[in-house]
Write a protein that binds this ligand. Structure first.
Ligand code: HEC
Ligand code: HEC
Ligand code: HEC
Ligand code: HEC
Ligand code: HEC
Ligand code: HEC
Length: 383
């Protein structure tokens, strides 16, 4: 049964329609079905106003935790999951409610850190798998109104856990290696990269996501500045289709530095061994460098080779790839084509993953969309 489906009729839902999550990591999809914790915010249509959904144990935890020092970020200036969320949305004190598991919890608890689910990833995906209309869906396939503009900025994970894919980051697997990194492999979860309690960073990203042991190159990145990224519309708990679309986001700086917290061998623009100039494609370099490889005028004009209206329409060319503008002071200026636009990791990769190899932002190695195979490169290089 899917209570949300019943309550919300034809609004976007995939509670049960999509068996994909059930097949992996022990049935995340199933977990959603009886859960109604959202209604504790009193804004789920059709439900009476209520508090009772919040477990008694949850409230005990809230009270109990007030007496313990917490290692939460002192500057709770981030956005969603900072202002809005009650502790009991994710934790429970005794894993018992009238002698049964708390409503919405995965059976078999209590779990580590008194979470309602057996892993942070399952917990996060209990809302972020598309079953909750208010939470951005980060799991592919996305059965929503997400059009090309609404391809979420983080992109979509191929699987909920346990299955490796070459189309982006893998959750819940033990990778053979961390590419371009001195780090020893370890398992990625949602909370490797995001602080579940929120912080002052864009998307609650952890300032130091680097995990595990190994021999990462020593580097001293600045923390992500609070204005690393501009957003026109900010999340309010129920507007994901306005917030996570590409046209709502203007990148300013430091996102590549954030990626190389783990992929430390890609520290921007390390000298390669000749004849290669760099060890990898340069990042954080402006398109106006006048470098012999760059066609700055072509980039500024935004028409012709590489540029087009949509991915996969059979016509060569895609919308302008993402770029960052360190000199920008506002959302509007961050999106203006200019010689100070820079190529960064996000120009070519989505952070979570995409339908294409290596989480590419364009149809890389995708025979079905071969018209767009070189589109991203052509926008800057026009070879
Ligand atoms: C969105 C879900 C979510 C909410 C809301 C939440 N937590 Fe957590 N909390 C987590 C997760 C996930 C972990 C485990 C972190 C990990 O393993 O990386 C955790 C861990 C903790 C820990 C263990 C120490 C630590 O940081 O790992 C404490 C204490 C804690 N939470 C307290 C709270 C309190 C108090 C609140 C309410 C102010 C709260 N949490 C709200 C998800 C949440
Ligand atoms: C917490 C550490 C960590 C951070 C931060 C991180 N990565 Fe990764 N990345 C990994 C690990 C581990 C793997 C190998 C396993 C896998 O594919 O998930 C990987 C793999 C990849 C791959 C290969 C994926 C594939 O399927 O072939 C790409 C591309 C990538 N990362 C890009 C990025 C970009 C871009 C960023 C910044 C938005 C980033 N990474 C941030 C740990 C990290
Ligand atoms: C390898 C690091 C990494 C992991 C693992 C990761 N995220 Fe993200 N996530 C990011 C980054 C970076 C962004 C911002 C991307 C951007 O704007 O370019 C992001 C964006 C988001 C957003 C905003 C919507 C969007 O798509 O832009 C949500 C929601 C989100 N992540 C949830 C999750 C959840 C849930 C999980 C686990 C299922 C998860 N993330 C795992 C790095 C990660
Ligand atoms: C109870 C449902 C629920 C759970 C559980 C949940 N989220 Fe969310 N999350 C939401 C909603 C709702 C939003 C806000 C959507 C909007 O209005 O834009 C959100 C927003 C986010 C954002 C974007 C925040 C921003 O300010 O840009 C990130 C990142 C995110 N969630 C990550 C996580 C991670 C990581 C976990 C697991 C620790 C998690 N979420 C668990 C419902 C949930
Ligand atoms: C947003 C703009 C942008 C995009 C998109 C882009 N590049 Fe570049 N590229 C640059 C800039 C800037 C430089 C450094 C300046 C220069 O060398 O002219 C560069 C440099 C290069 C170089 C020279 C490296 C060296 O060793 O000197 C090559 C080769 C290259 N890019 C290939 C590609 C390929 C292949 C793609 C598509 C996968 C691509 N670029 C996409 C902006 C871009
Ligand atoms: C101009 C485009 C471009 C830029 C900028 C770029 N990449 Fe890539 N990256 C690619 C392409 C294309 C591939 C896939 C190569 C292949 O499969 O042949 C790739 C592959 C990767 C891989 C997987 C390597 C493997 O062995 O599986 C990682 C990790 C990665 N990139 C991380 C990053 C990070 C981190 C940044 C920023 C510091 C970055 N990339 C910037 C285009 C780019």
């Amino acid at each position: 049964m899917c209570w949300k489906r019943e309550l919300r009729g034809s609004r976007r839902l995939k509670c049960q329609a999509d068996g994909r999550t059930d097949a992996t990591e022990g049935g995340i999809g199933v977990m959603n079905l009886s859960r109604n914790r959202w209604s504790s915010r009193g804004r789920t249509q059709g439900l009476p106003p209520q508090l009772p959904n919040v477990s008694i144990g949850g409230w005990i935890l809230v009270v109990a935790l007030l007496f313990f020092p917490l290692s939460l970020d002192p500057v709770l200036a981030g956005e969603y999951h900072v202002k809005e969320e009650a502790c009991s949305g994710c934790h429970t004190a005794h894993f018992s409610q009238h002698g049964r598991a708390p409503v919405g919890a995965e059976p078999g608890g209590p779990f580590e850190k008194l979470l309602l689910f057996s892993s942070p990833t399952k917990l996060c995906l209990s809302c972020h798998d598309g079953s909750d209309v208010d939470a951005p869906d980060v799991l592919s396939p996305v059965s929503t109104s997400y059009g090309p503009d609404q391809f979420s900025a983080g992109g979509f994970f191929e699987y909920s856990g346990g299955t490796p894919s070459d189309r982006g980051h893998d959750l819940g697997t033990w990778p053979a290696e961390v590419p371009f990194s001195g780090m020893a492999p370890s398992t990625l979860t949602c909370t490797t990269c995001h602080d579940p309690h929120g912080n002052k960073n864009y998307r609650n990203l952890r300032s130091r996501p680097g995990i595990g042991t190994g021999t990462p190159l020593p580097h001293n990145n600045p923390s992500l500045p609070t204005d690393a990224v501009f957003e026109l519309v900010h999340p309010d708990g129920r507007n994901p289709s306005d917030v996570y679309k590409l046209s709502n986001i203007g990148y300013r700086t430091e996102m590549s530095q954030w990626c190389v917290e783990c992929h430390d061998r890609l520290l921007p623009n390390q000298a390669g061994s000749l004849p290669a100039h760099f060890r990898a494609h340069p990042v954080d370099v402006s398109v106006g460098t006048g470098g012999m490889h760059m066609d700055t005028q072509h980039w500024l004009e935004g028409t012709g080779a590489g540029f087009g209206t949509a991915i996969g329409d059979g016509v060569s060319g895609i919308p302008r790839v993402r770029f960052q503008t360190p000199s920008a002071t506002t959302f509007e200026t961050s999106l203006l084509p200019s010689p100070s636009n820079q190529v960064f990791c996000g120009t070519c990769h989505y952070a979570h993953g995409s339908p294409y190899a290596a989480g590419a932002t364009w149809p890389l190695k995708s025979p079905a969309d071969s018209a767009d195979a070189y589109a991203a490169c052509q926008q800057c290089h026009n070879q």
